[in-house]
Design a protein. Structure first.
Length: 166
């Protein structure tokens, strides 16, 4: 969102740091996926930033883009959000068994490694960040996610935090 996520920070003694921001609620929606190559155990991060809310058609197109980039069968692990369930039906109708699905237990974001991507972007890279406008936010978010994409040890740590072995 355009409002900053305020976190603790350091400041000179007696002078409290102040963040000046607009009272605007513009926001971006982001789709993300961490891929794991089964033989080489190589990790990849794919993401798509959009202005509107994510719908089942948008989730479907994102998975299609990931499948085109990977060029192999996909096993998609999703939570039980209504958008994901409808997108799974659309993808099954379009691709059949080339894309299969596993579902996370209800209310278990701690088992989803992609949640680590969002947490790192929000609470580390973009904490106390005050964007000038939505394009500035998009640019910094793309930088944060692109930086995570290139850091394999960080992506591995998201799996470790979720208690999943690679």
């Amino acid at each position: 969102m355009l409002e900053p996520l305020v976190r603790r920070t350091w400041g000179p003694r007696g002078r409290t740091p102040i963040l000046y921001s607009w009272d605007r609620h513009d926001r971006l929606s982001v789709s993300g996926a961490i891929t794991l190559a089964p033989r080489r155990r190589r990790l990849g991060l794919y993401f798509h930033i959009q202005d509107e809310n994510i719908c089942s058609e948008g989730a479907t197109e994102f998975i299609v883009r990931v499948q085109r980039a990977v060029r192999r069968r996909l096993l998609v692990v999703w939570d039980r959000w209504n958008v994901h369930r409808k997108a799974a039906r659309l993808l099954f109708a379009r691709f059949g068994r080339r894309i299969t699905f596993e579902w996370l237990p209800a209310y278990s974001p701690d088992l989803n490694p992609v949640e680590g991507v969002w947490d790192h972007a929000k609470y580390a890279d973009l904490a106390n960040f005050v964007p000038e406008d939505i394009d500035h936010l998009r640019k910094e978010l793309a930088w944060s996610l692109g930086d995570q994409r290139s850091t394999t040890s960080l992506l591995r740590s998201f799996f470790d935090h979720a208690g999943l072995t690679l």
